[in-house]
Design a protein around this ligand. Structure first.
Ligand code: THG
Length: 289
């Protein structure tokens, strides 16, 4: 199964047979006070620099979240999407729980975007699926519903099945759905990682769908987050995760992704691994000089 996203001139394919796709997470004011302030004041310069840095580090898609507390989210989304489009040429993931903000981004975006996201709740599906159809976008589908996150992989699979059926009713094909198994911090529930990994395996085995996840969520509230995020990423990739919303500027995470791609047979002759190694050596030399 191939999930295809595009920008003006670039196409990105997410598939179990291809290298992992990094969706850069940093254009998101949640937990970034400075960025939140700047966005509220109409300063989008950090959106530009974060876009450039993440693409240079290896992101193939960029997530754009404009959720500033008390801010005009549709307007901030519009300006952020415009800034990213003016800066880099790659597909975007328009990240909001607010349908007006989703539509503000989609209406302006040139290409096949990713809508982030719908849940399995009827209300969310009836709002988001028509937007996907109208703009020809793909959709991230979270495996939760009105019950909130349930710590049971079978329940999460059943929600995914419902979303597949509902999407078909709206003319949105299964390959335009990226399922998010729900990543929550192991800091709050030590079983959260296990449940998420089992959900990934079930979704792949039962539905054959492509997957994505907010992978950095796994370590919220714990020390040494990069080490946890990197280890989780390698385990998740072995469970079928083939894209993630994560931070490619974090060397431990990026290295884990490249290593796992190599071990999973997605890096012929280790070309990407060797290229990554050379890039790190060059950066080290530049830092020492
Ligand atoms: N699923 C889907 N979309 C998502 C999430 C998900 N979007 C948002 C989020 N979860 C994924 N994105 C992030 C972005 C940042 C962080 C975690 C997940 C993060 N930020 C640091 C913090 O808050 O401490 C701050 C980073 C900084 O200062 O630069 O951890 O699950 N579909």
């Amino acid at each position: 199964m191939e999930t295809v996203l595009s920008s003006k001139t670039k196409t990105v394919v997410i598939s179990p047979d291809r290298p992992f796709v990094i969706i850069g997470e940093r254009i998101n004011p949640t937990g970034r006070k400075k960025l939140a302030e700047e966005l509220a004041n109409g300063d989008f310069s950090r959106v530009r620099s974060d876009a450039l840095a993440q693409v240079e580090a290896g992101a193939a898609i960029l997530d754009v979240n404009a959720g500033v507390p008390g801010g005009d989210e549709p307007e901030i989304m519009r300006q952020a999407v415009q800034m990213v489009m003016d800066t880099v040429d790659l597909p975007l993931s328009i990240d909001s729980a607010n349908p007006d903000a989703l539509e503000a981004g989609l209406a302006l975006y040139q290409g096949k975007a990713l809508i982030n996201s719908t849940t399995g709740e009827d209300e969310a599906l009836e709002r988001v699926l028509p937007l996907a159809k109208k703009y020809g976008a793909a959709v991230i589908a979270l495996c939760n519903d009105e019950r909130g996150p349930v710590q049971d992989p079978q329940v999460r699979l059943d929600i995914a099945k419902k979303i597949v059926a509902r999407a078909a009713d709206h003319g949105v094909p299964i390959e335009d759905l990226l399922f998010d198994p729900l990543v929550m911090t192991v800091g709050a529930d030590s079983n959260a990682g296990r449940v998420t990994l089992a959900t990934m395996q079930l979704l792949r085995a039962e539905l054959g769908v492509n997957l994505t996840a907010g992978a950095s969520n796994v370590s919220f509230g714990l020390p040494d987050r990069p080490a946890l995020n990197a280890a989780f990423m390698a385990m998740a990739m072995n469970s079928g995760l083939n894209s993630a919303i994560t931070n490619p500027l974090e060397p431990a995470v990026l290295t884990a992704i490249l290593a796992a791609d190599l071990f999973l047979g997605h890096d012929e002759y280790g070309r990407m691994w060797i290229k990554g190694f050379r890039k790190r050596e060059k950066a080290k030399a530049a830092a020492a000089a």
